[in-house]
Design a protein around this ligand. Structure first.
Ligand code: P1T
Length: 384
C-alpha cells in the first residue's frame, strides 16, 4: 500500500500516515494504549520512550493531518483550545497579537482572561478588512491570528492579503481553519504560516472526540511545537487519535454533503417570511460572496446562521426542533442548532457581541449529512 506521489485530496485523506501494522498487517493503525515502552538495554529503544512524548497512533494521525493540510508537520492536542494555547506559547511577555474580532468565544476567553495575565497584548480587529490589519500593527506585534469563516457570523478574511501584510511586518499568520476544513480552504497554500483546528469538528466529524491540531511548515515553529507538546503535555490520547484518523478517511465525502445541505438550508431560510436575515458565505447575498468563491472554491461547508425578529422568536424556534439537536459544537454528521449569545459565545461581553453583529436572536446551524428533505421538514415545522 503506497500512496502515489501526486495522490489527490480524497486519497491523501484516506491513506496518508498509515502503513499496515508491521507485526500483523492490520490495515488500520492499532490503538497503542500504553504509557511506556520497554527498552532492550540501557540507552537502546525502538524510538519510543514514554507515551506523552511519542505514541504510534498519534504519530500516524499527525502525519495524516500534515499531509491533508499540505504542511510539513502536525501536532495533535487534547482540544482545539490546547492547540491554540500551544501556538501562543511561542510569544513572550510584551508581545502584541492582532486577532479577528469575531473568533470563537473560547479563543477570546483564553486570550483575554489568561494570556493577558502573562503580559501578552491583543488587538481585536475586523480582519475582513486587510487595511485594519495593517493599521493595527505595532513594533511589538508578533502574530496575526485569524478565524475564517468566523464563528458564528461567518465573516471571511482574505488569507492571502493578511499573509502579505503579516510578512511585510515580519510577523507570522495563524489561520483557524476549523469552520472550513482543509477540504474547502487551503491556508498554507495562500501564505499562512500555521493552521490550527479543533479536530472535534469536521476532521473527526462524528461528535465523539474532543481534540485539536496545529499544522506547521517552518523548522523553528515545528521544533517549538514538538517541544511544547511534550513539555506542557496536552496531548491527544491514542483512542482519540484513532477516532480522528477514522474521521479523516471520509472527510472529502462528508464535506460534499455538508456543503450541499448548507446551501439548501440557507436557500430555504432566505425565502422564509419569519427569518429576517440569513448568513452563509455561499449565498450571493453574503457581503463577501466574491471572496468566498475565490478562497473556498469547493464550497462553503455546512455552517450557517440566521436571525429571527426577536430573542423570544428565536427561543421558540430553538425549543421546537425535533430532528436537529440543540447543542454546542459543530461539524459532526448530525445537524446541530445553537444560540451563540447564550451558549458558545456567552463568554464574550454583550457589547462586544453587538459590535460584531452577533445578535440575541441569531441561531446557528451546523448542517449534518441527513437527507435534506428531513432537515427542511424540521426547519419548516420549527418556524411554523
Ligand atoms: O472545543 P475545542 O476542541 O477546544 O475547540 C475550540 C474551538 C476552536 N476554534 C473554533 C473555530 C471553534 O469553533 C472551537 C470550538 N467551538 C465550539 C465548541 C462551538 O460550538 O462553536
Amino acid at each position: 500500500m503506497k500512496l502515489p506521489k501526486h495522490a489527490r485530496f480524497a486519497t491523501v485523506c484516506l491513506h496518508a500516515g498509515q502503513e499496515p501494522d508491521p507485526t500483523t498487517g492490520a490495515i488500520i493503525t492499532p490503538i497503542y494504549q500504553t504509557s511506556t515502552y520497554v527498552q532492550d538495554a540501557l540507552g537502546q529503544h525502538k524510538g519510543y520512550e514514554y507515551a506523552r512524548t511519542q505514541n504510534p497512533t498519534r504519530s500516524a494521525l499527525e502525519a495524516n493531518l500534515a499531509a491533508i493540510e499540505g504542511g510539513r508537520a502536525a501536532f495533535a492536542f487534547a482540544s482545539g483550545m490546547s492547540a491554540i494555547h500551544a501556538i501562543v506559547t511561542q510569544l513572550s511577555s510584551g508581545d502584541h497579537v492582532i486577532v479577528t474580532d469575531n473568533t470563537y468565544g473560547g479563543t477570546f476567553r483564553l486570550f483575554d482572561k489568561v494570556m493577558t495575565k502573562l503580559g501578552l497584548q491583543f488587538s481585536y480587529v475586523d480582519t475582513s478588512d486587510p487595511s485594519a490589519v495593517e493599521a493595527a500593527m505595532t513594533p511589538a506585534t508578533k502574530m496575526v491570528f485569524i478565524e475564517t469563516p468566523t464563528n458564528p457570523v461567518l465573516r471571511l478574511s482574505d488569507i492571502a492579503a493578511c499573509a502579505e501584510i503579516a510578512h511585510k511586518h515580519g510577523v507570522f499568520l495563524v489561520v483557524d481553519n476549523t469552520f472550513a476544513s482543509p477540504c474547502l480552504q487551503r491556508p498554507l497554500e495562500l501564505g499562512a504560516d500555521l493552521v490550527v483546528h479543533s479536530t472535534t469538528k469536521y476532521l473527526n466529524g462524528h461528535s465523539d472526540s474532543i481534540g485539536g491540531a496545529v499544522i506547521a511548515i517552518q523548522d523553528d515553529q515545528i521544533e517549538w511545537l514538538r517541544f511544547i507538546q511534550n513539555s506542557a503535555g496536552a496531548i491527544l490520547s491514542p483512542m482519540d487519535s484513532s477516532l480522528v484518523l477514522r474521521g479523516t478517511k471520509t472527510l472529502a465525502l462528508r464535506m460534499v454533503q455538508h456543503t450541499a445541505n448548507g446551501v439548501a438550508l440557507a436557500e430555504f431560510l432566505s425565502e422564509h417570511p419569519k427569518v429576517t436575515k440569513v448568513i452563509y458565505p455561499g449565498l450571493p447575498s453574503h457581503p463577501q460572496y466574491e471572496l468566498a468563491k475565490r478562497q473556498m472554491p469547493n464550497g462553503c461547508g455546512g455552517m450557517l446562521s440566521f436571525e429571527m425578529a426577536s430573542l423570544e422568536d428565536a427561543r421558540q424556534v430553538l425549543n421546537r426542533f425535533k430532528l436537529m439537536a440543540l447543542a454546542e459544537s459543530l461539524g459532526g454528521v448530525e445537524t446541530l442548532v445553537c444560540h451563540p449569545a447564550s451558549m458558545t459565545h456567552a463568554s464574550v461581553p454583550p457589547e462586544r457581541r453587538a459590535a460584531i453583529g452577533l445578535s440575541d436572536s441569531l441561531i446557528r446551524i451546523s448542517a449534518g449529512i441527513e437527507d435534506i428533505e428531513d432537515l427542511r421538514d424540521d426547519l419548516r415545522q420549527a418556524l411554523a
